[in-house]
Design a protein. Sequence first.
Length: 228
Amino acid sequence: MTHPHNESPVNPLPPVVVALALVIFGVELVFTLGARGLAGGPAAIGWRSDWMERFAFSDRVFEWMRETGTWPLEHLIRFVSYPFLHWNFTQMLFAVVILLAMGKIVAEVMGAVRMLALFFLGSIGGALVFALVLNDPTPLVGAFPGDYALIGGFTYLLWLRLGAAGSNQVRAFSMIGVLMGLQLVFGLLFGANNYWVAELAGFCTGFMLSILLIPGGFTRLLSRMRSR
C-alpha cells in the first residue's frame, strides 16, 4: 500500500508523450548546436536547410506526385516527417509545450497508440488540406497540425463531458476559438502565413477521428443523436 505522503502531487506524463516530445526537442537541439558551430563542424551549419529540403512537406512535390501518378516513399515520408522540423527553437518550444499538455490528457483517456494515431493522422490531414486548398511554395513544417489534432481530441472529450452534464456543449470549442484568435492577432502583428490552414485541418481531423478512437465514443454519439 502506497503511503499518501509518498504519492506524487502531479500525475506523471505518459511515456509515449515524453518520447515524442524528446525526439522533436532533440532534432531541434541538433540543428541549433550545429548552426552555432557547437556540433558537427562547418557542415553542420547547413543541417537544417538540408533536412528541410528532404523531409519538410512540400506542396510542389505533392503536386508533382499527383501529376505523374508516382508516389515514392522518399516523398511520402514527408507527411509524417515534417512535424519533427521547425524553423527555430522558439517555434519548437511552443509546439512541445502544447504536445505535453494535450498529449497527456488524450493519452490517459484514449491510450498511447490512439494518441499517436491522432497526432500523426492529424499531421497527415493538415498537410493534405494545406496542399489541396492552397498553392503555397513555402514548405510546411512543425508539430502544430498534430498538436491541433490532439486539441481536437480534447475538445471532443470535453464536448462529451458537457453533454453528459447537461451543459452547453458549444463551450467545448472555446479553446480552438481562442487559439485561432491569437493566431490572427500574431499574424497581423508579425506577418501571417498559411500554416493556420493545416492547423485548423488538423483540429478537424482530430475531432472527427476521436469519435472512432475514444472507447465507446461512436456509441455515445449515436445514442445522443437518436435521443434527439
